[in-house]
Ligand binder design. Structure first.
Ligand code: URP
Ligand code: ZN
Ligand code: ZN
Length: 586
């Protein structure tokens, strides 16, 4: 086990026992369904108490969160660490990638096992576990790619869903024709198998055949630079595949999760298709498309343009980022990931003279939360509850980690971000924690970011100082049959077109087109409107069952047991801050 260079040495210290008690005091707890002024007491990696006037053992470390939001740590449902693709290997491995995640407020990632065609899925899974288990600085789960089809693949999917392996989601590609693409027949079979296993099929939605033909035509015409990447796969190519994936899922009576939706056309196609879907469909977008756009492909510097290449690509239509934020806010999209898949400049150069050979992928795991906060909450397009939903809670629900993850509540894991809505920084590769030397958000000023990040009860970002521990994270088994996907309860991702009830109205938007991006008064107003204890104002206010992964009724924790044997001098009663309960955002 090694500790980040920026951390003080922990040699000789039992990490667990030295930090097993923590109190976060005077903060405003934000969950996806409400806001509450509460203190949070953590012991042995678990949230033990939430409320005011808590009775806390003496010697407990206290973090003063006055003026801060206490939110569930982010869950990034889409990363690629240590992935080999297109002749290169990603710069971020499981250590540096999860280190970057934690630095940005994310405390769980879900990575993709991507087998080669013909490779055993179990073998690929074992490789991924070997790469990740001793390196991760936070908990992680795995999706598995179904990159070819045969009876043995079906059998291995069955095994992977078992308790032994803990996989509940499979990604199929409609693009990358020469590598991972499935045809529609195989995609249909894979979706049927997912349904049978009560796993969730995920789809990369782009038409691989059209991309291949367009690429040939562009190269022949002499278009060889990075701009050819988007030209070969425009919005229509994505939207067609979104629709086709929905049709196939409907035929298979399968739920569906569409990864990295990158365009307005794709969102429109999803919106239309969803009206006829029998099962829920979830749409994920990326920090990349919220934070930047496809005009960069026209940059005359190859390095700059190639660094923005990912698939589906960023869109040259500069209205796209705001449109994606709005779709996230009003529940046409449900989640935001990063698709973090970073390549060094020397690797991107593999595509000099032929854009189709540029390794696909960008950064995002570190800046995902700040970028969305800046573009969505600071512009009053989204309130903090919805921010928590799309960055954390919904992923926990969909991948059956709820309420262990994605919630600040008694008995949930102590994965917490203390968010400072006033923290200002300029994003730059010179300061980021990624291994890669380029950042697609370079130079962007963001207001709002993590001051403390707590991973399984350990303070891993400590007042801005990163103190991650390599290997501290653990593998999370994700059981099948998530009630939020298969449970029959009114579910996220279903019946999107119904008009919102009065309680579900979207937050008021700035409609004059000139939002003041750092106007903290907006956040203040939103939180004031929510009150000190309130329900969420965003459209995910539908009632959902809360299946307990950990039996909440059966906790072994008892306050009376805790204070037994403690004299009054060593126990501390935590009270409201001087002046009583605050109003607004302090
Ligand atoms: O460009 C991307 N998205 N790279 C990672 C592989 C994938 O398709 O998710
Ligand atoms: Zn993909
Ligand atoms: Zn990806």
């Amino acid at each position: 086990m090694t500790v980040d260079a920026t951390a003080t040495s922990v040699s000789g210290i039992n990490i667990k026992s030295s930090q097993n008690r923590l109190l976060i005091k005077n903060g405003r707890v934000v969950n996806d369904d409400g806001v509450e002024d509460s203190d949070v007491y953590i012991e042995d990696g678990i949230i033990k108490q939430v409320g005011r006037n808590l009775i806390i053992p003496g010697g407990t470390r206290t973090i003063d969160a006055t003026g801060k939001l206490v939110m569930p740590g982010g869950i990034d449902p889409h990363t690629h660490f240590e992935l080999e693709m297109m002749g290169a290997k990603t710069a971020d491995d499981f250590y540096k990638g999860t280190r970057a995640a934690v630095a940005g407020g994310t405390t769980t990632v879900i990575d993709f096992v991507l087998p080669q065609k013909g490779q055993s899925l179990l073998e690929a899974y074992a490789n991924w576990r070997e790469k990740a288990d001793n390196k991760v600085c936070c908990d992680y789960g795995l999706h598995v790619g179904v990159t070819w089809w045969s009876p043995s693949v079906k059998k291995e999917m069955e095994q992977l869903v078992s308790e032994q392996y803990g996989v509940n989601s499979f990604k199929m590609f409609m693009a990358y024709r020469d590598a991972w693409m499935l045809d529609d027949y195989d995609l249909y079979c894979a979706m049927e198998t997912c349904t049978l296993l009560k796993a969730l099929p995920q789809v990369h939605a782009e038409n691989g055949h059209i991309i291949a033909r367009n690429t040939e035509k562009l190269l022949t015409a002499g278009v060889t630079g990075p701009e050819g990447h988007e030209m070969s796969r425009d919005e229509e190519v994505e939207a067609e595949a979104v629709n086709r994936a929905c049709v196939i899922a409907n035929q298979a009576n399968s739920p569906l999760y569409i990864v990295h939706m990158m365009s307005k056309s794709a969102v429109e196609a999803l919106d239309l298709a969803r009206k006829r879907q029998k099962q829920p469909v979830f749409g994920e977008t990326l920090a990349a498309t919220v934070g930047t756009d496809g005009t960069h492909y026209r940059n005359s510097c190859f390095r700059h343009a190639a660094a923005h290449v990912l698939s589906p690509p960023l869109r040259p239509d500069t209205r796209t980022p705001q449109a994606m934020v709005e779709a996230l806010a009003d529940d046409r999209l449900q989640l935001i990931g990063s698709d973090n898949c970073t390549f060094h400049e020397k690797d991107k150069e593999l595509g000099k003279g032929n854009f189709s050979k540029i390794p696909n992928g960008v950064n995002g795991v570190e800046d995902r939360m700040s970028i969305l906060w800046e573009k969505a909450v600071n512009t009053d397009t989204m309130d903090p509850c919805r921010f928590v939903a799309v960055t954390s809670s919904t992923a926990a629900k969909v991948f059956n980690l709820w309420p262990q993850k994605g919630r600040v509540a008694v008995n949930s894991d102590a994965d917490i971000v203390v968010w400072d809505p006033r923290l200002e920084r300029t994003i730059t590769a010179a300061a980021h924690k990624h291994a890669v030397d380029f950042n697609i958000f370079e130079g962007q000023r963001v207001t709002g970011g993590p001051q403390y990040v707590i991973v399984n009860g350990r303070v891993c970002l400590d007042d801005g100082e990163l103190r991650v521990v390599e290997g501290l994270g653990k593998f999370l088994k994700t059981p099948p049959n998530s009630p939020f996907v298969y449970g029959g309860a009114p579910s996220i991702g279903k019946q999107q077109s119904a008009p919102p009830s009065p309680q579900q109205e979207s937050p008021v938007r700035v409609t004059n087109g000139t939002p003041t991006p750092t106007d903290l008064m907006l956040v203040n107003k939103q939180l004031e409107a929510l009150g000190s204890v309130s329900g969420c104002s965003t459209p995910t206010g539908r009632k959902m069952r809360e299946p307990g992964q950990r039996d909440l009724q059966n906790s072994t924790f008892s306050i009376s047991k805790e204070i037994e044997g403690l004299d009054t001098k060593t126990s501390v009663r935590v009270r409201n801050p001087p002046g009583g309960k605050s109003s607004g955002l302090w």
